[in-house]
Structures are given as structure tokens and as C-alpha cells.
Ligand binder design. Structure first.
Ligand code: AHG
Ligand code: MN
Ligand code: MN
Length: 322
């Protein structure tokens, strides 16, 4: 197993060496994501200073227009991922249609991403993140994005929290890296993450309870309370899932009477997070089927999400299915 403190670039190369036929494409793709997210992290750290450095007239001290952080993150990722040449196509939560970059004509992969997740938390200095999901390029058109989650080649997120962390999987377990800001390197801090079999926390926006469309869900949550669980809900999926991955328990964004498919997007949020949770030994479901088995019907599709420790997700399914 790699040593704590190994830097991400080296870790990725060592993983690649395990596959004699690897061409280095995925390694470059992953390193490019890490680089883009370091740039986003530096902007996130400056977010509060934007006002001081000149939001008036919407230009900053260099005379550049001050952008909203989610738009800026989207542009940074598009620029890095388009330039790197490994991606045939890019789909972003912030774009109506995918992009087919000029430089990616020989790219073997396609990528879906949520450039800044939890954007309502930016102004209040609460953790936010970037989520990504990589599949193989197939036919070279939009249908390539409609592959099931279990076909992901890699998935991960970067959390801009009290420290910046990158957590990812290529299907061989999950590893977490913490950004050392003094040298600008991601260092292995959480090798081979395993989600606890059972936790003590549930994470759901309970203000919506009256709107939930499944009676079993209310009973499940009441039962968790009786069993002594506590509740944590940040409202940034990256942060709520990160905690669930480390501490166990369950995270949910269910369907309700108004939103029959819930709120979270399959491609950019549910599917990559489900890949990580399952790679860490947890379980995921829409309430009806494993999230990774859902065949997307369009790129911006939403899906109900339940994920976490096996114990809680199994218990939820018992409550839902009566
Ligand atoms: P985004 O900021 O990318 O639009 O995503 C926000 C999502 C997700 O991060 C979080 O789990 C959920 O919205 C919170 O929604 P509620 O405020 O409805 O609970
Ligand atoms: Mn999001
Ligand atoms: Mn977003």
C-alpha cells in the first residue's frame, strides 16, 4: 500500500504501473482534474476577499470582471479539461449541451462534472466542492453520456473545506489526498477508505418531511431517532457525502410530492458519489434500484439518492418496501 504523504502525481503513476497496457491517458486526465481543482481552491479561499478587492462595479483590482464562483469554476474546468487532450467530450451541470473540444479528437474518455456543488453555501463560508465522473468514449456522440454508473472508469470529488481534499477511485478502492497549501501538492492522507458498516448520523433535509411521498421514509427517520442517531445536514452534497464516507450512516435526497425524481443529478452528483460509496464498501439506492444500475435517459436527469453504510441503507429498504 502507498505510504501516507505520497503525492498524488506519484500515486497515480504507481497505480498506472500496475497495468502494463496502460497508456498514461487516465493518469494525465486525473492530474489535469487535480490541477484545475487547485486553481478553483485558490479562488474559493479568496471568495471573502472579493468584496474588499473590489466588487463595486463588478471589477476587481486588476480591472477584470468579478465572476460568480460557480461560473468561474465551470470555466476553469472547461479550459483545463478541453486543453488536456484526453477528453473527447465534457458535460457540465452548468451547460445545456456537452462540449466536444478541438483538442480531444483522439481522447479516449468523456467526463461529466458539477463544477461547484453546494453553491448556496459560498456566501456563508461553508464547505463546497467539485464532483467528476469519467466514462470511456464509445460512439463519440451525446449518447456516450447515457452509460450506467457502474461503467465509470473513475469518479471523485474535491472538497473545499477547512482543508482541501481530493477523494477518488478508479475502481480499486477509494483514496483521499489533502492539499498541502504551502507546496501546492495533494498528499495521500486517507489511504483505502472504508465506510463503517454502521454509523450514528443521518443526513437529510428534514424540512421537506411533509412533502415526502413515501410513508416508509418518515417511519425510517423516526426509527433512527429512537435508536439514538443524530442529524447533520450541510446542504452541500460533497460535504454531506464526505462525512458519510468517513463516519458512516446515511445521506439522502429523496423524491417528494413536487419533485418526483428528487433534486440531485444522476450524471454529475448521484452516480459519481454512488461509485465512491460502493467502492468503499457502502450501499446506494434510488429506493427502487442500485444507483449505479440506472441507465440515464438524458444528461441532466435527476434521481432520488440514498447512500451510506450497508446497515442503514438495508434498513431503509425494509421500511420503504414495507
Ligand atoms: P448545486 O450547488 O450544485 O446546485 O447543488 C446543490 C445540491 C447539493 O449540494 C445538496 O445536497 C442539495 O443541493 C441541497 O438541497 P436543499 O437545499 O434542497 O436541501
Ligand atoms: Mn451540486
Ligand atoms: Mn453545482
Amino acid at each position: 500500500m502507498a505510504k501516507i504523504g505520497t503525492n498524488l502525481t506519484r500515486f497515480i503513476l504507481e497505480e498506472e504501473r500496475k497495468y502494463p497496457n496502460a497508456t498514461g491517458s487516465l493518469s494525465l486526465a486525473l492530474n489535469t482534474i487535480a490541477s484545475a481543482c487547485k486553481v478553483i481552491a485558490s479562488h474559493v479561499r479568496m471568495a471573502g476577499l472579493v468584496d474588499i478587492l473590489g466588487k463595486a462595479g463588478k471589477t476587481n483590482i486588476q480591472g477584470e470582471e468579478v465572476q460568480k464562483l460557480d461560473e468561474l469554476s465551470n470555466e476553469i474546468l472547461i479550459e483545463y479539461l478541453s486543453d488536456c487532450g484526453e477528453f473527447y467530450a465534457l458535460a457540465s451541470e452548468e451547460l445545456d449541451e456537452p462540449i466536444f473540444p478541438e483538442n480531444g479528437k483522439n481522447g479516449k474518455y468523456i467526463i461529466s462534472f458539477d463544477p461547484l456543488d453546494g453553491s448556496s453555501n459560498i456566501d456563508v463560508n461553508v464547505s463546497i466542492g467539485t464532483i467528476f465522473s469519467i466514462h470511456k468514449k464509445l460512439e463519440g456522440n451525446i449518447n456516450d453520456f447515457l452509460q450506467e454508473g457502474y461503467k465509470q472508469v473513475a469518479a471523485g470529488y474535491v472538497i473545499y473545506g477547512s482543508s482541501t481534499m481530493l477523494v477518488y477511485s478508479t475502481g480499486n478502492g477509494v483514496n483521499g489526498f489533502t492539499l498541502d497549501p504551502s507546496v501546492g501538492m495533494f498528499l495521500l492522507s486517507h489511504p483505502n477508505i472504508k465506510i463503517p458498516e454502521k454509523g450514528k448520523i443521518y443526513s437529510i433535509n428534514e424540512a421537506n418531511a411533509k412533502k415526502w411521498d413515501k410513508e416508509g421514509l418518515k417511519d425510517f427517520v423516526e426509527n433512527l431517532k429512537e435508536e439514538g442517531y443524530t442529524s447533520r445536514y450541510i446542504g452541500s452534497m460533497v460535504a454531506d457525502v464526505h462525512r458519510t464516507l468517513i463516519k458512516g450512516g446515511i445521506f439522502a435526497y429523496p423524491s417528494d410530492k413536487k419533485n418526483k425524481n428528487g433534486k440531485l443529478r444522476l450524471l454529475y452528483e448521484a452516480s459519481p458519489m454512488a461509485f465512491l460509496i460502493e467502492q468503499a464498501g457502502g450501499k446506494t439506492t434510488t429506493g427502487e434500484e442500485n444507483i449505479l444500475k440506472v441507465k440515464p435517459s438524458n444528461i441532466h436527469q435527476r434521481v432520488p439518492v440514498f447512500l451510506g453504510s450497508k446497515k442503514e441503507v438495508n434498513q431503509l429498504l425494509e421500511f420503504l418496501n414495507g
